[in-house]
Design a protein around this ligand. Sequence first.
Ligand code: SF4
Ligand code: SF4
Length: 152
Amino acid sequence: MFEKKLDFARLKKCHECGACYDVCPSSLHLKDYDPRVIIKAILEGNSDKWIDSKMIWQCLECHHCVEICFQHYGFEDAMTAMRLLATLKGEHPPQIKRGWDMFAKTGKLGEPNMPARKRLGLPDPAASGKDEFVELLSAYSKAQKAETKGAE
Ligand code: SF4
Ligand code: SF4
């Protein structure tokens, strides 16, 4: 699963390049954030030691690294794969689970601040599309279960 999410040939180039460290806002502003050390660990087969690290959750998914990358593959892909792996192992921060539960139930990541919207003269927010989302999620879960069963 983890390997499927990562392209080791491109990660190797990324490890040798390191250029986007200088355009990554998290790298520039957070003392302990450095995707290069995680990429090195992945290539050495030691990714597990970063699973419970807060570093993998500090990527902003801003896509700067992917946009400037000559191979259109960035630090972000490695961080996303690490977060996926951590989540599958139940090693995610509690707010991630809370956010997901709310999203799965309501199709929203937060409630709009209605008094503030009114004060600013903003219209009512659009419907969240919750019903379609819940239906899609259920169809996806069923397909995933069938796929897992077929692979057994
Ligand atoms: S997507 Fe993540 S790793 Fe890439 S530049 Fe933005 S914060 Fe940095
Ligand atoms: S994401 Fe692209 S530009 Fe950035 S270090 Fe890796 S290979 Fe270099």
